[in-house]
Each structure stands twice: as C-alpha cells, then as structure tokens.
Design a binder for this molecule. Structure first.
Ligand SMILES: Nc1nc2c(ncn2[C@@H]2O[C@H](COP(=O)(O)OP(=O)(O)O)[C@@H](OP(=O)(O)OP(=O)(O)O)[C@H]2O)c(=O)[nH]1
Ligand SMILES: Nc1nc2c(ncn2[C@@H]2O[C@H](COP(=O)(O)OP(=O)(O)O)[C@@H](OP(=O)(O)OP(=O)(O)O)[C@H]2O)c(=O)[nH]1
Lengths: 190, 190
C-alpha cells in the first residue's frame, strides 16, 4: 500500500535490526485518515469474501479494525489481554507467548461475540512471530467460526510468523511487508 | 445523543447500582457505524473551537477518539497504561487511582505528541469518578497545551467526577448522562 509505505519511510524509526517504531501514526499517535485508507484497502483485498465479523486485539489493532468494520458494515471485536470490569461472560481464551518478555499471557473474547455462523477476518497492526495471530485463530476455531483470513498493517517478513501460518493455509493480506531493518534502513519486499 | 441512548436501552446490561455493561457496542464488541456517529456528534458539539489534537486512553477510548479525529482532520493520541515496546521517548506521566482495585497506575504520553501549541480535546468512553480524565488533564497541563474540553460517551452523573471537574472550569460534553442505575434500570438525566 503506497501511502502506508511512504508514511513508514518518512516517519518510521528503525530502532534495531528487528524493531520498527511507527508511534507517530499507528502505535501511540494515530493518523485517522491513514486508518480510513487502511480499512478501505483491507476491504478491497477481501472484496471477494463475505465477512460478518472483524476480530482484533487491544490496543493498536483497534483503529485499523474499526475502519475495516465501518467499510464492511461488520461489527468489530477486540480481544482483551487483561480482565476488564465488564468481561464477565463465558469466554474463549488462548495463551499467547511473548519471546521478548519470555512470558505467556492469556487473551479473552466473550463467547457472545463470535458464533459458528461468523466469517471472520483477523486484523492486527504488526505480524512478527505470529503468536498473537495464532491466539486469535485459536479463539475463532473454538467458536466454530470460519476464518476468512488475516489483515496485517505491517508484516516483518524476515521473521517467521507469516511464512509458518501461510504454509498452514491461512490467507494473510499485509499492507507493507518488510524484508529487512538492517543498518537502520527499512527495505520492503517490493 | 438519541441513537446512543437507544443503543444503551436496547443492549445495555445493568450489572449493579453503579455499573452499566455496554460490551456489545463500546467496550469489547464495537459498532463502527455508531462510533462514526459519536465522532461526528463530538465534532458538532465542539464546532465552535479550533482543535489540533484528540487525546484519549487505551483501549475503549480509541475508537470514539479516532472517529472524532477523522472528522476534525486532527491526529489522535492514546495514553498508555503500560509500557509498550516502542514507548521509549521522554514521556509525560500521571498517576491514576482506581477505587475499585484500590491501586494507583501510571499513564504515559510521549512528549513528541503534545506540544504547547496544541488545542486538545480529551475523549473517553466512561466518566465515573474522573480519575482517568484528571490524569489526562494533568498530562496536557505538563505539556503546556490548551485543554478545549472533554468529550465523554457515557457519563454516570450520579458519580461525582463530572461535577467536580466542571466546578473547576472544565467543559465536558457527554453524549449520554446517567442519573441512576438502581433497580436494574437505566435512567438518563434526559
Ligand atoms: N512498533 C513495533 N511493534 C512491534 C514490532 N514487532 C512486534 N511488535 C509488537 O510488539 C508486541 C509484541 O511483543 P511481545 O508480546 O513481547 O511478543 P514478541 O516478543 O514475541 O514479539 C506486539 O504489540 P501489540 O500487541 O500490538 O501491542 P499494542 O500496541 O496493541 O498495545 C507487537 O505488535 C515492531 O517491529 N515494531
Ligand atoms: N462498562 C463500564 N465501565 C465502567 C463503568 N464505570 C467505570 N468504568 C470503567 O472501568 C474502568 C475504571 O476502573 P478503575 O480503574 O478500577 O477505576 P474506578 O474503580 O476508580 O472506577 C475504566 O475502564 P477503561 O479505562 O475505559 O478500560 P478500557 O475499557 O479502556 O480497557 C472505566 O471506563 C461502568 O459503569 N460501565
């Protein structure tokens, strides 16, 4: 996605060989116009499918997912990483491992909000090792719903998450796919 | 806001005399069309002001705030409740007390994203005791920016947060203001 790649080139900060900082438009400050364009781009990529639900995870996935939901006319659900005041229903839960923190966390979605009739697109901001995405897939499977595919704003293709999941048959649409962050530079796959 | 009050009446669950659950459209599942209408309503309420920035806090404030930002053409910043991978800059921080959990947490905003030239509207989903809102106000003050006002989706007017802050001169626009949650029923101020 041209606009997104330009934003990454102009505003992204390469913090290390493996971390790209995009706090100015995606992870802390949000560019609403860009989010709308991202939502529309995901909708375009999946225009061949019927989607009844958009699933994401708090917090950075919320804005991209909500704009996709707006364009599709579909509700958006965000998985919780921590208990919230009103998350009192029966829940689907899954474990998500963090390599950086060397810990495992539980994510939750109320059983009310994904049912076996749903056709789900899973949205997230980054795809690196794919642990969060695997957890969301697990939840959709527990619900007996259909996974239409995933939509990722920025994939770090040099990390293995995307490759492994595509080999298992998951459709993944990334709006920018990074080949390398070496030498402080962002290099895209194309 | 009529549409919002109808949604609350149709889908809200009164969990106790002090807690209203609206997980089906605001706090876990998100109704994107409603969020767009909420953003437009906030923009209408503040159409007499120049707003350069929308400030909110993760997670439930993000969708309402982002739609306001879209309508205004203004960037949106969400305060972090926990350290994130790329929150590495100089930060403005503030302490937010939780009565329910009887604990105090630190919230953070990068100094890059609010400056003294900003005219800020603060957005959040609920206003109860006002602790989160006070923390966000504190951060805007540390930045030397101007607080135009707050925009709250659902105020629980029977709790004291709104009253105290309005007495201190803060403009607060609530889209629904709840007078009572007694006897399992939602009663609005009107
Ligand atoms: N900016 C940035 N973030 C990256 C990058 N690679 C991974 N992340 C984000 O870091 C977080 C994952 O960290 P961990 O759970 O510790 O997992 P990991 O070490 O196994 O990658 C996720 O944030 P998250 O769940 O999206 O958190 P939130 O922002 O939604 O709160 C993920 O999106 C990167 O190159 N740049
Ligand atoms: N659904 C619902 N939520 C309420 C109600 N009253 C307060 N809250 C939410 O509860 C959370 C505040 O809880 P605490 O920090 O424990 O504070 P408190 O006990 O002093 O109220 C906030 O969530 P938050 O920061 O918005 O969390 P998040 O949803 O953004 O993750 C606030 O918006 C209510 O009647 N109904």
């Amino acid at each position: 996605m041209k606009l997104l790649k330009e934003k990454i080139e102009q505003e992204g900060e390469v913090l290390s060989d493996v971390v790209l900082k995009v706090d100015s438009f995606l992870n802390h400050q949000i560019d609403p116009f860009l989010m709308k364009e991202i939502g529309d781009e995901f909708a375009k990529r999946y225009s061949d499918q019927i989607i009844t639900k958009v699933l994401t995870i708090e917090s950075s996935g919320i804005a991209p997912a909500t704009f996709l939901g707006l364009t599709l006319g579909a509700p958006v659900v965000f998985a919780r990483k921590r208990k919230s005041l009103t998350l009192t229903d029966n829940l689907y839960t899954s474990k998500v491992h963090s390599f950086t923190k060397n810990e495992t966390n539980e994510i939750s979605v109320s059983q009310k909000f994904i049912t076996a009739d749903d056709n789900v697109v899973i949205i997230d901001d980054f795809l690196a090792n794919g642990e969060a995405l695997k957890g969301l897939i697990d939840i959709v499977n527990q619900a007996g719903a259909t996974i239409i595919g995933a939509g990722i704003v920025i994939e770090k293709g040099f990390q293995q998450g995307g490759k492994a999941l595509r080999e298992q048959g998951l459709r993944i649409e990334s709006l920018a796919n990074i080949k390398s962050l070496a030498n402080g530079k962002v290099e895209f796959y194309d």
